[in-house]
Design a protein around this ligand. Structure first.
Ligand code: HEC
Ligand code: HEC
Ligand code: HEC
Ligand code: HEC
Length: 363
């Protein structure tokens, strides 16, 4: 083969490569360092995609603030949770919930309009949406009170998961292909890297476990729209010290997920109509994407909950007293989360970062 021919082939190959590259190069890219210098820990974002996803996020307008409560007892007959907010704040919360969950702003989605206090229809049939919604209010307060290490002061509202519709994204049921998601319910331990040999010494590595862990990790990456290195130093996947602080946040997210699924969502099984249950009769459960919807922070970090005291069950946000409280809420639900985990001690030993690493393109 002549040198000339070889050269022209190289040129042709280069031309093809250039066309290929320029096709990928359309749109701006942003690379953000998320780890120590020189460790190549960075997140590469296609800003066109991030901007497109961001523009899809419609955050409902904040309703005008409600006034304080006139003195005197509250007029309600069957309010079991929201009895620490004023009448005006209560009505405001009902209006907000109607758009956050029912989408339509329709009170009848949860109520017997002939008797708003009833938990049943005129026929005597239970209104499951109202009963579920009451438990959801408790769950939302529990998340905001107990998981500051995950949700920070941003917190969550019904809208974080429901985004204007009755059925949030990422619902899952028992099914063999969902086995890895049971790490968010009744299976402990995602560890697959171990230096111990004896099974009796805690070596639980197996091909099956490795598959579950990998599937779980891919689903976490997808849920947040990030690469593995958002939470790991790929030099040592198991090391907490070398990982970005987001991994510890994620760990608290896993604990929160387990608590929420075990103590709130799964036990609602008898309340739902059969059509809402899975093939094995289990209630719908949540996962990371249910709140995150493909963003590194749900709603790209918008702080919706700060305007709605009903979502907190506490007296202030960042030290500023909430308007519209009827009385000081009962001391926030302080019951320690019931779920524990083998890794908890290890995670507790990770030193807190001096400052949060900037890792998201819009942070
Ligand atoms: C997503 C479900 C949901 C929607 C939509 C909803 N509510 Fe409610 N509502 C509830 C729940 C749950 C309670 C009970 C709260 C508790 O026990 O703390 C309640 C209680 C009430 C009560 C108190 C009745 C009493 O005396 O016990 C009134 C009044 C009320 N809602 C009005 C409305 C109005 C008006 C709308 C429409 C703007 C509305 N609700 C939309 C779930 C809903
Ligand atoms: C952590 C995520 C999350 C949050 C926060 C959340 N929900 Fe839900 N909600 C769910 C899941 C998961 C379901 C199960 C979906 C189903 O019914 O199939 C659900 C179901 C419901 C249903 C029943 C829907 C139906 O038609 O079956 C109602 C009503 C509801 N939620 C109201 C609320 C209200 C009101 C709030 C805020 C106080 C709230 N939710 C906050 C996750 C959440
Ligand atoms: C949102 C943060 C996050 C992302 C993204 C993520 N991980 Fe993880 N990873 C974790 C956390 C937290 C744990 C510990 C889980 C536990 O102990 O319950 C973990 C555990 C692991 C483990 C087990 C380590 C051990 O000690 O045995 C491996 C392996 C792993 N991840 C690989 C990956 C891979 C590969 C990806 C990309 C596909 C990925 N991770 C993406 C947070 C993340
Ligand atoms: C109940 C809603 C909810 C669920 C479910 C949830 N998160 Fe989050 N997460 C949040 C909120 C809210 C924030 C933002 C907190 C803030 O403003 O700092 C957040 C922040 C994070 C961050 C920090 C991002 C950053 O750049 O600082 C990580 C990592 C994360 N979540 C991972 C997870 C993982 C992994 C799961 C599933 C195991 C999960 N989350 C489930 C609500 C949720």
């Amino acid at each position: 083969m002549s040198a000339l021919r070889a050269r022209s082939m190289t040129v042709a190959a280069l031309a093809v490569a250039t066309v290929g590259l320029s096709a990928c190069d359309l749109g701006k890219k942003e690379t953000i360092q998320s780890g120590f210098r020189g460790t190549a820990m960075e997140q590469a974002y296609d800003m066109n995609r991030v901007d497109a996803a961001y523009s899809q996020v419609a955050i409902p307008e904040v309703l005008p603030p409600a006034g304080a409560s006139p003195p005197g007892p509250l007029p309600w007959q069957n309010v079991q949770v929201l009895n620490d907010i004023s009448v005006a704040e209560f009505n405001r919360t009902m209006i907000a919930m109607s758009t956050w969950v029912a989408g339509t702003g329709n009170c009848a989605y949860c109520h017997n309009l002939a008797n708003l206090a009833a938990d049943t229809l005129p026929s005597g049939e239970p209104i499951y949406t109202k009963i579920v919604a009451r438990r959801m209010i408790q769950m939302t307060r529990h998340i905001n009170a107990q998981y500051e290490e995950h949700v920070a002061n941003t917190g969550v509202t019904c809208y974080t998961c429901h985004v204007g519709k009755p059925l949030p994204n990422g619902l899952w049921f028992y099914a063999s292909q969902n086995d890895y998601l049971r790490h968010y319910l009744d299976r402990d331990g995602a560890r697959v890297i171990t230096r111990q040999i004896e099974p009796s010494n805690g070596n639980r590595s197996s091909v099956k476990q490795t598959e579950w862990t990998y599937a779980l990790m891919i689903s976490q990456s997808n849920s947040l729209g990030v690469n593995c290195t958002y939470c790991h130093n790929s030099r040592a996947f198991s090391s907490w010290e070398e990982a970005p602080p987001q991994r510890v946040t994620a760990y608290h997210g896993i604990m929160m997920m387990r608590d929420v699924n075990t103590n709130f969502l799964a036990p609602l099984e008898p309340v739902y109509p059969a059509v809402r249950l899975g093939a094995m009769g289990d209630a719908p459960k949540a996962q990371c994407i249910t709140c995150h919807n493909g963003a590194y922070k749900p709603l790209y970090g918008a702080q919706m909950a700060k305007d709605y005291p009903a979502m907190w069950g506490r007296a202030d946000w960042n030290g500023a007293p909430f308007p519209g409280l009827y009385q000081t809420p009962p001391a926030a639900d302080t019951a320690a989360p019931v779920v524990t985990d083998a890794a908890a001690e290890e995670v507790a030993a990770v030193p807190a970062p001096a400052a949060r690493v900037r890792a998201g393109p819009n942070d």
